[in-house]
Design a binder for this molecule. Structure first.
Ligand code: Q9C
Ligand code: ZN
Length: 334
């Protein structure tokens, strides 16, 4: 399978994240890509398709903020990575903000997603990898993989969070729509709900979003991913959330995935995008499902059997020593 990765993606390397009441080592490390590259063999560097496909999903104010944040942080006299500490709760009126801390809080939903001077270059390159895999499939590949690190599914049109700054699955889906694919489906099988992807397509009937994830009653991101969230307006019925309890093993996960694939089949997409997270693995340090490495081939075969042209994007997976095998076994199923 063709696989895409750009070296600039490793440049996002925050030192710490706010975690359970204190600062902890940042879990979403550049070492993750080394592990995957060692396991999957050669990758191709993506072509540079510019900011237009990024701005087709993300607001101009947000993209401009991501690029300006490191400079504004330094100008405020700060050291290290930019991290928000104050957030405008829902219902606050829009304001013309200028203070870096106000901007950070307005464009983030958590304090686990630092912005470094190199973050933009890395997340931009990660988006280009997603676009390259998408265009490879549009050009006739049965399936293609983008090693999207930093990941994307927690990022909304105008906010970051959950280690994600740009939503690569959404950028890929929009690019496919703009290339003439009438209906695109996204299957999100990361441990965490992809709140950003859901938000972006919430009122869209042309992009189906199905997610299998840890129950938000117990797990991050808490405020999205409940089973009764099904979309609105033109998107009513085009969002499907299948939360599962901590401790879930392959049988229940596979059954949920079959239900998601059945719903996607009824939608009849021209292209499938898989947001794949290996943080469902039993040994993941920040998650609590119990999938085994061999299970990933089973899940991928079930997806491939449906026959849709498929773009696979990496989301989470924080057990670095096992990440390469878990990704390689998943890709082997296509
Ligand atoms: N105590 C992805 O997998 N921190 N993001 C959770 C739990 C955020 C994960 C803290 C986890 C984000 C792409
Ligand atoms: Zn995750």
């Amino acid at each position: 399978m063709r696989a895409f990765y750009a070296p600039a993606q490793a440049r996002h390397a925050p030192t710490q994240e706010l975690h359970n009441g204190g600062f902890a080592a940042y879990a979403e490390t550049p070492a993750r890509v080394d592990a995957v590259l060692a396991a999957i063999g050669a990758t191709e560097e993506p072509e540079d398709r510019g900011e237009t496909p990024i701005r087709a999903v993300h607001s101009a104010a947000y993209v401009d903020f991501l690029k300006a944040a490191p400079r504004l942080w330094r100008e405020a006299g700060r050291q290290g990575d930019a991290i928000p500490y104050a957030f405008p709760i829902r219902g606050r009126r829009p304001l013309a903000l200028s203070r870096i801390d106000a901007l950070l809080g307005a464009h983030a939903f958590d304090a686990t997603t630092p912005i470094t001077p190199d973050s933009w270059a890395a997340v931009y390159a990660s988006a280009q990898s997603a676009l390259a895999a998408t265009h490879a499939v549009l050009a006739g590949e049965r399936a293609a993989f983008a090693l999207c690190r930093p990941p994307g599914h927690h990022a909304g049109a105008d906010y970051c969070g959950g280690y994600c700054h740009l939503n690569h699955a959404a950028i890929a889906a929009q690019a496919a729509r703009d290339a003439g694919i009438g209906r695109v489906a996204i299957l999100d099988i990361d441990y965490h709900h992809g709140n950003g992807t859901q938000d972006i397509f919430w009122e869209r009937g042309d992009v189906f979003y199905a997610s299998i994830h840890a129950d938000p009653a117990t797990d991050y991101p808490f405020y999205w991913g409940h089973a009764d969230e099904t979309g609105a307006g033109d998107g009513a019925g085009a969002t499907l959330n299948l939360p599962l309890p901590q401790g879930t093993t392959i049988d229940a996960f596979r059954a949920a995935q079959a239900a998601a694939l059945d719903a996607i089949a009824r939608f009849a997409p021209g292209l499938l995008i898989v947001s794949f997270g290996a943080d469902t693995w039993a040994g993941d340090p920040i998650s609590a499902f119990a999938l085994q490495t061999a299970d990933y081939t089973t899940l991928a075969r079930d997806i491939a059997a449906r026959g849709w042209p498929t773009v696979v994007l990496l989301e989470g997976g924080y057990a670095v020593a096992a990440l390469g095998d878990n990704v390689a076994r998943f890709l082997a199923g296509f």
